[in-house]
Design a protein around this ligand. Structure first.
Ligand code: PBG
Length: 338
């Protein structure tokens, strides 16, 4: 017992506010809503075609006809936006990824169909070459194996324009080439697409947590033992993330993103504090796979860890989260509380 203590009682009892649900509800600092989510989906050709992604339990690649009801549920649940990722036929993959420029390609057709059916639902597309290249890299490769920057940016500009012509609401360059945000912004302006929003994958790390995604778009086998270390960021760095965000904002990004999510919450917080701009987190495929695997083994409570992980992004400063849990989490949020 401390003799200098003025009373034998604690002078503050923070537990008072935790005692009942009503006070916990009153003082809660952050809340999740379906409006916080962007739902990434994988599309492929065909009709009535769905193929599961084994490393992402519950995630399937869908043909357009099967995607439409999913989009409808997003509208009903209040999920503002879908993010489209293509799993294209292996025969269309080339070293230069030129199928990414095809105005009649899978993604432009999907954009048009979604915008026609659900004009109020936001549609976002990835701008990057990896689903389209025979080597699985996000850019053109020279003889030495180096990923060329400026030549790649030229193709990315064409890809972004093809998506804009098809009516996409937001493009999200995920390639990490230098100068691509400025080049895409200039091209969008020059072609009259002044409303097309750019969400820049600004602080995108060279992460092993993307493994299941690469299975989903079929780039994993093509990539083989090579990596993306010469363009994606070193997981050891955070000052560099601020520099990347500053560049993307100066070049015309409307929103920025930190990716992966949970292992990089410190980066998210620094970016939000420094720039105070709309900032998003991507809870990536590997994070999803971990939570699914542990909960399907009964080691974690699925719904509780899902909501806790998503809430953590808001607490760390995210305005929204790209998450494969979007539908499940939004359904849970919509359910009337007991
Ligand atoms: C493509 C891209 C990747 C992801 C989003 N866009 C993979 C990569 O960079 O290798 C990863 C998403 C995820 O893991 O969920 N450039």
């Amino acid at each position: 017992m401390h003799l200098s203590s003025p009373t034998p009682f604690p002078s503050q009892r923070p537990r008072r506010l935790r005692r009942d649900a009503f006070t916990r509800n009153l003082v809660r600092e952050h809340r999740l809503s379906p409006h916080d989510f962007i739902y990434p989906v994988f599309v492929h050709e065909g009709e009535g075609r769905r193929t599961p992604v084994p490393s992402m339990p519950g995630v399937e690649r869908l043909s357009l006809d099967l995607l439409l009801p999913v989009a409808e549920e997003c509208v009903q649940l209040g999920i503002p936006c879908l993010a489209l990722f293509p799993s294209i036929d292996g025969a269309l993959k080339t070293p230069d990824g030129k199928e990414s420029l095809n105005p009649e390609g899978l993604i432009p057709r999907t954009i048009r169909a979604l915008k026609a059916a659900f004009p109020e639902l936001g549609v976002m597309t990835d701008v990057a070459l990896d689903p389209y290249t025979s080597h699985g890299q996000d850019g053109l490769v020279d003889e030495s194996g180096y990923i060329l920057n400026d030549e790649t940016v030229e193709i990315l500009v064409g890809q972004a324009l093809a998506h804009a012509e098809a009516g996409v609401d937001m493009v999200a360059p995920s390639d990490m080439m230098d100068g691509r945000i400025g080049a895409i912004r200039d091209a969008l302006e020059a072609h009259g697409h002044i409303h097309t929003r750019i969400m820049a994958y600004s602080a995108k790390y060279a992460s092993a947590f993307y493994g299941p995604f690469r299975d989903a778009v079929g780039s994993a086998a093509n990539l083989g033992a090579s990596n993306k270390d010469v363009y994606q960021m070193d997981p050891a760095n955070t000052d560099e993330a601020l520099r990347e965000v500053a560049l993307d904002l100066a070049e015309g990004a409307d929103m920025v993103m930190v990716k992966p999510g949970m292992p990089y919450l410190d980066v998210l917080r620094r970016v939000k504090d420094e720039f105070r701009v709309p900032t998003f987190a991507y809870q990536v495929s590997g994070e999803y796979a971990m939570l699914k695997a542990a909960s399907s083994n009964g080691w974690l409570d699925h719904d509780k860890v899902m909501m806790e992980a998503l809430l953590a992004f808001k607490r760390a400063g995210a305005d929204g989260v790209l998450t494969y849990f979007a539908l499940e989490a939004a359904r849970l949020l919509q359910r009337p509380r007991a």
